[in-house]
Design a protein around this ligand. Sequence first.
Ligand code: ATP
Ligand code: MG
Ligand code: MG
Length: 520
Amino acid sequence: MLARTRHCLRLSKVPNYRHAHTARTVGEDARWPGWRVVVGIEVHAQIKSREKLFSNTWTSDLAQVSNMHVSPYDAAFPGTLPQLNPRCVELGVRTAIALNANVHHRSAFDRKHYFYADLPSGYQITQHYAPFATGGLLELPNAGKAVRIHQIQLEQDTGKSTFDARRRLSSIDLNRAGTGLMEIVSEPDMESPEEAGEYVRALQALLRSVGSSNGNMEQGSLRCDVNVSVNKPGEPLGTRCEIKNINSVKFMMTAIASEVFRHIELLDQGQPVAQETRGFDEQKAETYALRSKEDAPDYRYMPDPNIPPLFIDGTYITNIRNHMPELPSATKARLMAMGLTARDADVLMTVDIGREVGYDGALGQGAVSYFDQLAHGRDTKVAVNWIIHELLGQLALRHETFKDNTMSVIQMGELVDLVQSKKITGTSGKTILRHILTHRSSEMPSTIAAKLQLLVSPDTDGTALEAWCTEAIEAMPRESEAVRKGNVNVLNKLLGHVMRTSRGRADAQTAKATLQRLLS
Ligand SMILES: Nc1ncnc2c1ncn2[C@@H]1O[C@H](COP(=O)(O)OP(=O)(O)OP(=O)(O)O)[C@@H](O)[C@H]1O
Ligand SMILES: [Mg+2]
Ligand SMILES: [Mg+2]
């Protein structure tokens, strides 16, 4: 059973790009002619589990009061023992499957020792010798290549220490200590800051779609260490420098570019690049040395004696595989097949769904699933326009995220239908949408339309419309005269009057025609 599943994993559907990307001839980059840039990224993503990796204390976000979610184990009290949280394993396996990685039957946990105030036990538990997944691929459509994944391991996050320089006081917050992380290590397959940016964004979308991480860089739930080197085409890879803890895609791209220029400058002067760990100064937009390879700490890795090996059997993997949500590339293809433009699909897929979206649901699907429900039995282009231009537009004006949206799909559906069947005008539809958002109203649009007198009157012979038009002509004699004399632009002023008196119930095109008829 097990052997068969692992076999299936290797024979996965995704084409094998493993060698394709190396065969690709890389055009010279005008920023650094004659040089080839090589980037490999280590992504640390917080696992979206309610409980920590080895204790049943709740995980927390930055808004929480310090040191509220700390068990004796998280604080490394003597005698406390770790207990592996199965939810973290499940979300790790989901991520590995989404990345087409090989999930191993047996993996194990190791201690990585170092001394820092936010690490009370003096070691971090990680998977150094036997990670739970290796191999895998992440496709980058814009770059036209796939980046190979080296490995994925489970590990603990540390606490947080902050230093108040004025009071010369260090504060330690252990809320984050012991939160589950996935470290996703890429092969050095990216060749520009832009490819690195696309990789992190694609990974972010993937983690959100499988619900394994919020992937939120500002909140620190996704952090990157970026390894950069340069070489001449055809020569062996250059010495890498690792830029630690970058928390925005933009900063990461700037950091890579600045690091590339630093390497080239050194090499042009005949000096070697020293293997270093570096930081990124956001103000100066440049990297600075943290420690050299010689100063690198000796982590004294050892298997953790308190944690037995982790066995993941084939049935377990198959089960997760059978319940995988739709991955971003498939979602995009499906949306485009429904008639959406690539841009509209991207907008729906990247809608900010807010900071906290429950711990157990799949993420990143908020606006997409709203669209799917709304588009059911309706014109997809009309549906997407109402979501993107009207709903998202109004939410943005209100500085709200999609999570704050109170307008249900059922309300939106009726609204779209009322406009499409011309029972209300488009302008009235927008008024009703704003009304629902402003009053957080759960009333149906038809009820609101009746209350606000926005329903287009059912007079098929156009008596009401004719009355509004006549009223406008009488109220604006100068403008009417101008139109009679052939100044058609002035017609819009009369139309404005009709729209005002009709409270948006008049259909603009018909009203225009009626005005013209009455004035001719
Ligand atoms: N010559 C190179 N240029 C750019 N990136 C490289 C090069 N060689 C390796 N890399 C990248 O460096 C990263 C190495 O990460 P890995 O986690 O394996 O080790 P590490 O950085 O030594 O350890 P740690 O996890 O303690 O930081 C990988 O993403 C890999 O692709
Ligand atoms: Mg690493
Ligand atoms: Mg590293």
